[in-house]
Design a protein around this ligand. Structure first.
Ligand code: PLP
Length: 440
């Protein structure tokens, strides 16, 4: 007989009993123990949540173990998979942290430091947003601002319509908030432009709370036009919805085009919630500073309760973010012309590859490319595990994870042009050769 002490019902205990058992009984003990262990795992062990099971893993990071293995084999990898810019953080920001004479690294105000919010409001007012510090809650990255926004406007089971492909973590934020994502597909053939408003209207139900756009888009690089913004404005007003706009790439608008913020739209004050971040603007991803902005007082007051529950945004990083606001315009001019050159090289070279189709991004630093393969999850892994050109390979983000409609984007990848031009050129050459080898 196998004795089980239910107050000590772990595998170690069972194993001890087997070891103590007479030899001729050990086989049946082992059998019984495996059944019991299974039963414990199935029924008695504490269980994780259904929400946890539903939580998607990052399509951008899931290939990391394969990349690490390739690096261990001595392969050099061009990392095009992640939106971590190689651009230097403004020295003002770094120096402000270095020069601080702080003696206690204390919590800040839950809405963020008053001095930072004042200067931030002044910064937005240069582009006519007409904000005060009261309209701003500083968050731990744009990521937390998105969570605050969803938490503030949605109940469990409420719906948010999002043009797909979209920033993959929206799926994660929605799952964590109990929100249902209603994707609306956009197409590579027209650079992922906004779908017809009638398509949105088909998706609107009595659970729809908001439309979430990313402008310019990650992963598409799409920059919305005035006409598209007008159409969205009419739509959210007509159906009394929130318009959430993720503008973390707002500075990166190319070809002389102007980024259009929802905070500049007159009459949208009660509907508009903007998400912003210092991560990409100043190449300060590690600072973890973003913000939620809205003129809607109820939204702000509600988001503030979420902000209070997590106490405060990072103290040191707010010092860096505040100092970063002194970054001279030349920094942005240089960065933007660098990204434009990279984009042009990347898109031109990708277009030369047989069977590759690519959208032309008007902003941000990503593009989506369609490849002549069935499943880019497998292809991307294969490039890390089985392919090299002169000791080098590339890491890309398979695009299926940027869609929420199952099966969509399987033959697409997202490329982040966060490497300098020569590296980008080499990376595209590697992609070309890899496709030839893979399809041979
Ligand atoms: C579109 C978009 N929104 C939000 C974020 C989150 O940014 P962070 O939390 O670093 O501010 C990212 C990060 O890549 C992003 O691409």
């Amino acid at each position: 007989m196998l004795l089980i002490n239910t107050t000590n019902n772990d595998k170690t205990f069972i194993t001890l009993n087997i070891l103590k058992a007479p030899k001729h009984l050990s086989k049946s003990f082992a059998y019984a123990s495996s059944i019991v262990t299974f039963a414990f795992q199935k029924f008695i062990m504490p269980k994780i949540s259904e929400k946890g099971i539903q939580m998607p893993s990052s399509p951008v990071r899931k290939l990391v173990p394969f990349a690490e293995a390739a690096k261990a084999r001595g392969i050099h990898i061009y990392q095009l998979n992640i939106g971590q810019p190689d651009i230097k953080t403004p020295e003002q920001a770094i120096n402000a942290v270095k020069n601080t004479d702080m003696e206690v690294l204390a919590y800040s105000h839950s809405a963020g430091n008053q001095s930072y919010r004042d200067i931030l409001a002044a910064y937005y007012n240069k582009i006519n947003m007409n904000l005060t510090s009261e309209d701003i809650i500083v968050s731990t990255g744009g990521s937390e601002a998105l969570l605050f926004a969803m938490g503030s406007i949605c109940d469990y089971g409420d719906e948010v319509i999002i043009p797909e492909p979209f920033y993959a973590n929206y799926n994660g934020f929605a799952t964590a908030s109990g929100v249902i994502v209603k994707p609306i597909s956009t197409r590579i053939e027209n650079n992922f432009a906004l779908p017809a408003i009638s398509e949105f209207e088909k998706l609107i139900t009595d659970r729809t709370k908001a439309i979430l756009i990313c402008n310019p888009g990650n992963p598409t690089g799409y920059l919305y036009t005035q006409d598209e913004m007008d159409q969205l404005t009419d739509l959210v007003k007509k159906h009394d919805l929130f318009l959430l706009s993720d503008e973390v790439y707002r500075e990166f608008a190319y070809d002389g085009r102007k980024h259009l913020s929802i905070m500049n739209i007159a009459g949208l004050e009660e509907h508009a919630i903007m998400i912003d971040s210092v991560s990409k603007r100043y190449s300060m991803c590690g600072a973890r500073i973003g913000c939620l902005i809205s003129k809607n007082k109820e939204v702000l007051a509600t988001a503030m309760k979420f902000a209070q529950a997590r106490l405060s945004p990072p103290t040191f990083a707010q010092i860096a973010a505040e100092a970063a606001l002194d970054t001279p315009q030349e920094y942005f001019d240089e960065v933007i012309s660098e990204y434009i050159e990279r984009r042009d090289i990347l898109i031109a070279d990708l277009k030369k590859i047989k069977g590759v189709e690519v959208a032309n991004p008007g902003g941000a630093f990503y593009c989506v490319a369609q490849l002549p393969v069935k499943d880019t999850d497998i292809f991307a892994q294969w490039m890390l595990e089985n392919f090299e050109l002169d000791g080098e390979t590339i890491m890309v983000a398979p695009a299926a994870g940027f869609y929420s409609t199952p099966g969509k984007g399987k033959n697409q990848i997202r490329i982040a042009y966060v490497l300098e031009k020569e590296s980008l050129k080499k990376a595209v050459r590697i992609l070309d050769e890899a496709l030839k080898a893979y399809n041979a």
